[in-house]
Design a protein around this ligand. Structure first.
Ligand SMILES: [Zn+2]
Length: 228
């Protein structure tokens, strides 16, 4: 651990949030990762590469600059570090990024098909369809560019990168984890709905009304962070 309390607090938060990925069944083996921006600093904290989920303690989290380079001599960062760093550079409002290969969402990604907005929960959280991003090879900035270019054109905090899996963003890392959990949930439900017929679309004005209510009214007024 460092002598920097604000960095250590983010290490603890990021370590703890990884347990949500296993709790909700979004990851297998060592796949998937969560990162968080260190507020006010040109730094992020991300999962180390290839470490078992049971061993993801705060001291094993990796502190990187926003070019994706480890700055504290920790373990090697996640192989998706460059993509996370690209998102933080391009989207200053983003405080957290999550990546999974969760099963149902990745099945939509494998078909290159966006998840249509056919559930009120989708309108609430995603404000419309969950879009497909381009095919991109790991390494370099291609994945990051694909995430940013796709999410810049949608209200959705989740993108299905074609033939790959899910990337989500949030104002906080917790919000990005929530988007990853909700993305898999609706991917599963809409997939099941498809087995029995064609799901019914929600009218665009109703999607707008649901999204506005959920983003601005829903939750505990005295504790707005619970919405995330
Ligand atoms: Zn991946």
């Amino acid at each position: 651990m460092s002598a920097e309390p604000e960095v250590d607090a983010i290490r603890e938060q990021v370590a703890r949030l990884h347990a949500e990925l296993t709790r909700y069944g979004l990851v297998v083996w060592t796949a998937g990762n969560v990162s968080a921006r260190v507020p006010g600093r040109e730094l992020m904290v991300i999962k180390p590469s290839g470490v078992d989920y049971d061993d993801l303690t705060p001291d094993r989290m990796v502190v990187c600059d926003l070019d994706g380079r480890s700055v504290t001599g920790d373990l090697a960062p996640s192989s998706d570090c460059a993509a996370h760093a690209y998102v933080y550079r391009a989207m200053p409002e983003v405080g957290g990024v999550v990546h999974t290969h969760s099963t149902y969402a990745s099945a939509w990604a494998a078909r290159g098909e966006p998840i249509p907005c056919v559930l009120t929960a989708m309108a609430d959280e995603f404000g419309g369809e969950i879009p497909i991003g381009p095919f991109a090879l790991i390494g370099g900035d291609d994945i990051g560019k694909g995430i940013v270019s796709t999410l810049s054109r949608h209200r959705s905090p989740a993108v299905l990168m074609r033939n790959h899996g899910v990337f989500t963003i949030g104002r906080t890392a917790r919000a990005a984890v929530k988007a990853a959990v909700m993305c898999e949930d609706v991917a599963r439900t809409v997939h099941i709905a498809r087995q029995l017929g064609e799901p019914v679309a929600i009218a665009p004005e109703d999607v707008d009304a649901l999204y506005d209510r959920y983003q601005n009214v829903y939750g505990q007024p005295e504790a707005p962070q619970r919405r995330s």
